[in-house]
Design a protein around this ligand. Sequence first.
Ligand code: R5P
Length: 294
Amino acid sequence: MNIVSGPSSTKLGNSIAEILGIETVRVAHKKFPDGESYIRFEGEVAGEEVAIVQTTGPPQDTNLIQLFILADAAKDLGAKRVIAVVPYLAYARQDKRFLPGEAISIQTIGKLLKTSGIDELLTVDVHQEKILEKFEIPARNVSAIGLLANYFKSRGLEGAFALAPDKGASEFAIEASKILGGGYGWLHKERDRYTGEVKTEEKTLDVSGRDAIIFDDIISTGGTTANAVKILKKQGARRIFAACVHPLMIGNAKERILQSGAEEIVGTDSVPSDITVVSLAPLLAEALAEMIKG
Ligand code: R5P
């Protein structure tokens, strides 16, 4: 097995390879003046099993096309099995027709993964795990919430309240509270399908005078997390932290959350960002080792 560290996840791919003690195949890449991506394998993949590590955070479309080109080229160069390790799977939130006529974009991505020569997919906290069942290739999802909760525990936040900013994230709060031991809760959120604006309903939480951590899969514009921070603050939480697996951190997301009253925001290297402090490498190395063994 060789690891191909794609352009969007070079550092993470190299860390996974180091943990597993396996070789990496270097990839040269550049953008042509018109924006098209150029890819060249600098090592051999013929006859090999390869794991391509390539996240698909912003710029999503470029990172996706590079993933498809990498997989197709690997097969074309003789690789016998291609596993795509895609920590953040772009378009996963468009998993149904919310409004009439909408494209179910993740279905298209699923088809393209297979068509480009990918045999198996490994991803992390995909927005809705059930979408993977519709993919025509085996797809495995692992969760990084344990890594995030343990990070806070190691920082002395054992006993903090774990909050999910919406019902969809409730499993994250439940999972985190098993590690932090401070109980959990979740809020109800609604998003305007036309404007994207988020409204969060306030509900009484057991947080007065206590530390609280918000756990979500994605922070994009920061609206969802900022609303949850404001509710925690209003209800007298002591210190408020925010954690996410996929820190997309679009625009002023960070400032928005901090200005709402959060002390710190913590993310993983699923998407490299200035709030990335926890690495997915050990989690992905373990999952990949199991997939290689079959
Ligand atoms: C959606 O339900 C996700 O779990 C996140 O809550 C959402 O993507 C966060 O988006 P934003 O940061 O733009 O509110």
